[in-house]
Design a protein around this ligand. Structure first.
Ligand SMILES: [Mn+2]
Length: 464
């Protein structure tokens, strides 16, 4: 790790440790929620008075709430770097920023990896930075949550974690809270029956299997794998022996290639998986990716505080609540995907787009947009822009943009494109190269799309 960055983390963390009565403000996705959990755990460890506020975005409303709350210091995690001027203009007092989003400016109480040559989209998450703060203060207990945060931000989407994330992963392994394995990366390896895992697979969609439970059961049984365990419970992937896992993985691999799925997608099905060893087997919390999904569900369903409590160890009432939120969330995603199948996105030369109006909630529109690639509703050749009604302001529209690593390699940067173009139309936006968001006046959609189309063209041309 860059020693200058570490020195800076140590300096700012020490300063933070002198504060008391602290408000932690964080983003409502899996990374933000884990970052918040790590920070609250740290502050409690030092017997500090602390409170958390987990929000969708920093705007005048949320900033008003922050200014009206009673605290002596504010710590922003997984947000703040891109809103520095906004925080200054609104006179937020005594604040710290611990964020991996592209920074607007340098600031003496800001921890941001971009200043030290790291890629905030890939090398470390907001939760990872919160963990490094805790580690620098001698309280390195929550590496597993930092892994969940990184996975939640899809920083492992090329099959493994990199750079600073890798150091944190190793900390978790050394501590015995995380196990690293090279294995099948289908979603639900812990919490779903094998049949369900195949049946609900959307990344990749498995021709002939996804959506057909009987076909999935036959596929598994034909490999000589019993669907039930000796105690008669349905087997989950993690119940399989090493040989059974190999058999299933190999057969899936061949099946996908035979079905004409491009090899890079098939290869993406195999890679690193991160098991959280202190969590109960066969539950969502045991697998980093599934854990992240639980937290995302809490956030997107408007109850991020439940997610924070899960991070802090609540496995009673809040865990029950989280499971309900997860079910509700999955139902909304299923319905969203159905909508998209019957109303496929349209294409311009350099992008796909669709406008879901009030049919898909603005909180999940980005997730649906990202799923359009996995579900093969669109091909991976262009970024996708999704529009949904702004729930608080009917004259505005929420935009979520998604790309993939192939597009990023070809020069696409969604965050830059959205920031530039939303400003032109009196809106605001930004984010990562691969995922970003914005809001603009609804009446400007057509012009905005034309501009975005040109911006993407220029971004890829620059790279050629
Ligand atoms: Mn993040």
């Amino acid at each position: 790790m860059n020693p200058k960055f570490w020195t800076e983390i140590c300096r700012i963390s020490r300063e933070l440790s002198d504060e008391d009565n602290i408000l932690v403000v964080s983003h409502h996705d899996a990374d933000g929620i884990t970052a918040c959990g790590i920070m609250i755990d740290l502050l409690r460890h030092f017997k500090k008075k602390s409170e958390s506020m987990v929000i969708k975005q920093l705007d005048s409303t949320t900033i008003g709430k922050i200014n009206n709350s009673d605290h002596d210091a504010v710590v922003f995690t997984d947000m703040g770097s891109g809103q520095f001027s906004l925080l200054r203009e609104n006179k937020i007092r005594n604040f710290y920023i611990i964020d991996h989003h592209p920074p607007e400016k340098e600031y003496e109480k800001q921890i941001n990896p971009h200043f030290y040559g790291y890629n905030g989209g890939l090398d470390i998450s907001g939760a990872g930075l919160a963990y490094l703060v805790a580690k620098s203060l001698g309280h390195a207990k929550m590496a597993h949550l930092a892994v969940v945060g990184a996975v939640g931000d899809m920083q492992d989407s090329d099959g493994k974690l990199h750079s600073l994330n890798r150091i944190i992963l190793q900390d978790g392994i050394n501590l015995g809270s995380v196990k690293l394995k090279y294995d099948l990366r289908l979603f639900g390896r812990q919490s779903r029956t094998i049949t369900q895992m195949l049946c609900y697979s959307s990344e990749p969609v498995i021709p002939g299997l996804t959506g057909d439970e009987n076909a999935c059961a036959n596929f598994i049984q034909n490999l000589g794998i019993n669907l039930r365990r000796d105690d008669n419970l349905w087997k989950h992937y993690v119940d399989l022996t090493h040989e059974e896992r190999q058999k299933l993985t190999t057969s899936l691999y061949i099946h996908l290639l035979d079905s004409g799925i491009p090899e890079y997608i098939v290869q993406g099905m195999i890679g690193e998986v991160y098991t959280l060893l202190n969590e109960e087997k066969r539950t969502e919390l045991r697998d980093a990716k599934e854990f992240a999904t639980v937290l995302n569900a809490c956030g997107r369903q408007g109850q991020p505080e439940t997610g924070v409590k899960i991070c802090l160890g609540d496995r009673g009432e809040e865990w029950g609540n989280a499971r309900n939120l997860l079910q509700r969330h999955r139902k909304m995603l299923r319905e969203g995907l159905e909508y998209l199948k019957s109303n496929p996105p349209r294409g311009l030369d350099n992008l796909y787009y669709f406008d879901a109006g009030d049919i898909i909630d603005e909180n999940i529109i980005g997730v649906i947009a990202g799923m359009a690639y996995g579900a093969r509703i669109i091909s991976p050749d262009k970024p996708i822009l999704a529009f949904a009604d702004d729930k608080d302001d009917r004259l505005k529209v929420k935009i979520s943009a998604r790309a993939n690593w192939g597009l990023v390699r070809s020069g696409i940067h969604l965050g830059n494109a959205l920031r530039e173009n939303s400003r032109i139309f009196g809106g605001e936006g930004g984010g990562h190269n691969i995922a970003a968001g914005a809001r603009i006046p609804r009446e400007k959609i057509d012009e905005f799309l034309r501009n975005m189309n040109e911006t993407f063209k220029a971004q890829t041309a620059r790279k050629l």
